[in-house]
Design a protein around this ligand. Structure first.
Ligand code: COA
Length: 318
């Protein structure tokens, strides 16, 4: 591990709300620089991954400082008994001095405190540095995750069924049913906090796929100013369809709902899935989703988790 002078004075702790503006600048500068963008600050345009996460109860935001100067951050997310982290960024002038490793030590501490053993991340498959960095912390590279985009039909055939439109009692019932649905996919996987957060912050909605009172799918969609999707994108942060014989039908109808919601918002749909979920990936490709970015999923321990065949799940862990 790097123990040069620069790394010895680095401190790590909780990121304060007053530091979000600078953290956001570092995120754009770091990714934009790594990707060789002519204007690094244009990275992710109007999308905001930090403020909504900082306000979410299931997310811990970590900062790295050199003295009082903010030089990096990481966001640690909990979905029940599964956790992931990112965006992890370090100010470019501090790269290769062990700052990310200090943030990652603290990140592992957060998972330990939460009692979470199954965690993952999404990173650049072609970068030996990225893959090597995470391997140091016990992560192993697995299948690619493809992030895809589709422009929805302008006039959807039906209105989307939205969680925000339900009365409180019904909403609570749906949230419980969603946790049961994900629990069947992976024991303890729970998106309850993420669902509540998107509604409370009005950073999108949860699209539902229900038939005869049964919840067969749901998708947490983030869109609009100040959200993870921004004004032009309806980003499906997580979506899942009920497993079983009719899974593909549920999944297709769920995507119909997401596309209808995106059309109402004047946005394109962005949705990712891991390629180990072959059926879900092929279904999305066949309905016109085009891959715009791909990265590799790394997991600790090196097990398939819910990245496996017959898993009708949308997520990318960015
Ligand atoms: C990726 C990033 C966070 C790393 O931050 P950093 O502070 O430079 O990383 P560190 O110095 O703590 O760790 C670098 C480690 O990478 C690993 N590494 C570097 N080059 C490597 C190579 N060629 N092969 C294998 N491992 C390599 C090593 O483990 C190295 O640590 P060591 O030399 O002490 O053993 C930073 O470069 C960044 O902000 N990049 C842009 C945004 C980004 O890509 N974020 C991550 C997205 S998943």
């Amino acid at each position: 591990m790097a123990t040069d002078q620069k790394s010895q004075k680095i401190r790590v702790g909780p990121l304060k709300a007053s530091e979000l503006k600078e953290a956001d600048r570092i995120v754009r500068l770091a990714f934009g620089t790594f990707l060789g963008m002519p204007d690094p600050m244009a990275f992710m345009e109007d999308r905001d991954f930090l403020r909504p996460r900082h306000r979410s109860k299931n997310v811990k935001a970590l900062a790295a400082w050199d003295g009082k100067r903010l030089i990096g951050s990481n966001f640690v997310t909990r979905w029940g008994c599964f956790g992931f982290f990112g965006p992890l960024t370090v100010l470019p002038e501090y790269w290769d001095h062990g700052v990310a490793q200090k943030l990652l030590e603290a990140t592992m501490g957060v998972f330990d405190k939460w009692g979470i053993r199954h965690t993952g991340l999404f990173t650049f498959a072609s970068s030996a540095k990225h893959v090597g960095l995470y391997q140091k912390f016990g992560y192993w590279p697995q299948h690619l995750t493809a992030v895809m985009v589709r422009t929805p039909e302008a006039n959807p055939a039906r209105m989307p069924d939205l969680l925000s439109a339900l009365i409180k009692a019904e909403r609570e019932e749906v949230i419980v049913a969603a946790a049961k649905l994900t629990h069947r996919i992976s024991k303890g996987l729970d998106l309850t906090a993420e669902m509540r957060s998107v509604l409370a912050q009005k950073t999108g909605d949860v699209v539902l796929e229900r038939r005869r009172g049964v919840l067969n799918g749901f998708a947490i969609c983030m869109t609009g100013a100040g959200s993870e999707g921004g004004k032009k994108i309806c980003y499906i942060k997580f979506g899942a369809a009920r497993d079983g014989k009719a899974a593909e039908t549920h999944f297709g109808r769920l995507l119909d709902g997401c596309e209808a919601y995106a059309a109402l918002k004047g946005a394109v749909v962005e949705a990712g899935t891991n390629l180990a979920r072959g059926e879900a990936f092929r279904h999305m490709r066949s309905r016109g989703y085009r891959v715009t970015t791909q990265g590799v999923a790394m997991q600790r321990p090196n097990t398939e988790g819910f990245n496996r065949t017959n898993c009708w799940v949308i997520d990318d862990w960015r």
